[in-house]
Design a protein around this ligand. Structure first.
Ligand code: NAD
Length: 250
């Protein structure tokens, strides 16, 4: 697979941590020039380029995408990965929390895609991959807002794939299960009994373990690559069998 991104340029939102960072590194190792758009890009490993942008702020998104296109010499691949979590039910999350999370997870993806599409149209191998979640379909308890946001991401993936298929722009998404990232580690740290919570998260997935960020990155990279040229509007589950095996937790 080495080198399948030679000559291609990729933008990864939320590329400074977890799944986004693993994806950016994976794409770069296989030949892509990669820019990470992130609230806090910080010090990124070589050769990744960090660009500060907030996907909930249209001005920084447009400036960030323009800067990425200039520094990379175009954009062939967009990975819409930036996202935030939310715990709660329809009763416990107030309206402003709904607006805040949907503005990042859903409208953020729209803003970045809108800014990047003119650049993708100039590519010979344009692709968008969205990081969705099993929450889009699994009926997870205490995750109403997060699930709604990821349900919208999955629906948007299909709608965008339909809108842009005749232009040759492919749009797919990955649905990770619980992945071992700084985000999940932060959640575990806040749990009353982190060890018990980690065990529960592992047993929820039929493989009995968390997904690694690199496993999600490999799936994103496949969908983004010219090797997946016949694949669009597709959801790829990377969830330890949660969806494919239709198993319920014990
Ligand atoms: P993470 O917190 O480790 O990384 C997220 C990155 O996004 C951070 O670098 C953060 O600064 C950036 N970010 C957050 N808000 C932003 C904004 N408004 N603008 C720009 N950048 C922003 O999280 P992760 O676990 O790697 O999650 C990445 C994606 O994967 C998210 O969309 C999440 O919903 C999805 N996901 C994660 C899991 C999991 O178990 N970790 C499971 C399913 C889906």
């Amino acid at each position: 697979m080495r080198g399948e991104f030679d000559g291609l340029a990729a933008v990864v939102t939320g590329g400074a941590s977890g799944i986004g960072l693993a994806t950016a590194l994976h794409l770069a190792e296989r030949g892509a020039r990669v820019a990470c758009l992130d609230l806090r890009p910080g010090e990124l490993p070589e050769p990744l380029i960090g660009i500060t942008a907030d996907v909930s702020d249209d001005a920084t998104v447009r400036a960030g995408i323009a800067a990425a296109a200039e520094r990379l010499g175009g954009i062939d691949i967009l990975v819409n990965n930036a996202g935030i979590g939310a715990i709660g039910t329809v009763e416990s999350n107030p309206d402003d929390e709904w607006h805040r999370v949907l503005d990042v997870n859903v409208v953020g993806l729209v803003r970045v895609s809108r800014a990047a599409l003119p650049h993708l149209r100039r590519s010979a191998h344009p692709a968008i991959v969205n990081t969705c979640s099993i929450a889009a379909h699994a009926g997870l308890p205490d995750r109403a807002l997060y699930s709604a946001s990821k349900g919208a991401v999955q629906a948007l993936t299909a709608a965008m794939a339909a809108d842009h298929v005749r232009e040759g722009i492919r749009v797919c998404c990955v649905n990770p299960g619980t992945a071992d990232t700084p985000w999940v580690r932060r959640l575990l740290d806040q749990a009353a009994d982190p060890a018990a919570e980690l065990a529960a998260l592992k047993t929820r997935q039929p493989t009995g373990r968390l997904v690694s960020a690199e496993e999600v990155a490999h799936a994103i990279a496949y969908l983004a690559s010219p090797l997946a040229g016949a694949t669009t509007g597709t959801v790829l589950s990377v969830d330890g069998g949660m969806h494919g095996l239709r198993l319920r937790p014990p």
